[in-house]
Design a protein around this ligand. Structure first.
Ligand code: MRU
Length: 314
């Protein structure tokens, strides 16, 4: 499996996910400012991967004797929706307060993320049947984490346990995480996969060509789950056609302090929508709305697959 990120010679290396699947290149981060830039520009993306990168950003701040409180504040401002970013920075800060070097904590969090995802995979596999066709949205795979993945971790576990499963990946406009990343991950492991345009999901469900939906999450809170834009449409369609809809997420994605509707939903640039392959697909002046996430209400969710088992939505 290709590494999403690694630490070498006091530098953080992030796989440049913007270039996938055509090219495998790493961006070198020597200081925490470069990690922030990489998170903002989506070199690295996906809630757990953002969290682990943020932990290493804290380690870089400590390494260069920078003000840790200021660094924590700036790192937390990189992207607003995935709660893992805030959680990871706070975890490292706590470790530092207890005299544990930030780098020790960051490395531990990276290892733990993979172990947690394997557990999510094991629990998730219990709801997957031999012969299932599973639809997923965006990329909640090894590329969105330190490794293995959450939603794609469940799919990996089912495939590795010998179940004959098929995967459908929504392309996931505008940034195409489904087309570029999830399809790529499935192909790398010879897991049967087909890609659809986002607007085909409901029709395939109506035609009984989808057995289950498994997606990831950027935040789980009272009332539902925030995840990549388009997740809500998929959930509503799944409810209409009685298709089980699962969210796979580590407990670090749970935010027990807020109602999900109080989540800040990131609004990204108009160019993400207006351009494909760096070319405008409509007039440059076209006004755009580009919310990067939406909210799936609890009543649409069958269960949340965590490292501690399958939980009811909050
Ligand atoms: O904008 P992104 O690519 O960071 O959004 C990612 C998602 O929405 C994922 O589904 C989510 O972070 C879960 S990743 C295990």
């Amino acid at each position: 499996m290709i590494e999403t990120l690694y630490w070498k010679d006091n530098k953080l290396y992030l796989l440049d996910q913007r270039l996938l699947p055509h090219s495998i290149e790493y961006v070198e981060c020597e200081n925490y400012h470069e990690v922030i830039e990489a998170i903002k520009t989506m070199v690295v993306r996906g809630a757990p991967a953002i969290g682990v990168s943020a932990a290493f950003a804290m380690a870089l701040a400590q390494l260069h004797d920078e003000d840790m409180t200021q660094a924590a504040h700036e790192i937390k401002s990189a992207r607003p929706t995935a709660v893992n970013l805030f959680w990871a920075v706070d975890e490292v800060q706590k470790a530092v307060d207890d005299q544990v070097p930030a780098i020790v904590k960051a490395k531990q969090m990276m290892e733990e993320d993979i172990q947690i995802n394997r557990k999510i995979g094991e629990h998730g596999n219990t709801v997957i049947d031999d012969g299932d066709c599973i639809l997923t949205h965006c990329n909640a795979g090894s590329l969105a984490c330190a490794g293995y993945g959450t939603a794609l971790g469940v799919i990996r576990a089912a495939h590795q346990s010998g179940k004959n499963i098929n995967v459908i990946c929504d392309e996931t406009r505008p940034v195409l995480q489904g087309a570029r990343l999830s399809v790529f991950e499935m192909q790398q492991e010879n897991i049967p996969v087909r890609m659809i345009v986002d607007s085909a999901a409901a029709f395939l469900m109506q035609q009984k060509r989808v057995d289950k939906v498994v997606i990831g999450a950027d935040r789980v809170a009272k009332g539902g789950v925030a995840n990549k834009i388009g997740s809500l449409m998929v959930a509503i369609a799944a409810k209409r056609y009685n298709i089980p809809f699962y969210v796979a997420a580590p407990l670090s994605t749970f935010d027990n302090n807020i109602n999900i509707f109080d989540t800040e939903i990131e609004e990204r640039s108009a160019d993400e929508v207006l351009k494909i392959n760096d070319k405008y697909i409509t007039s440059e002046e076209t006004l755009v709305e580009n919310p990067a996430f939406d909210i799936v209400e609890s009543e649409l969710i069958t269960g949340i697959i965590t490292e501690e088992g399958i939980k009811k939505p909050l």
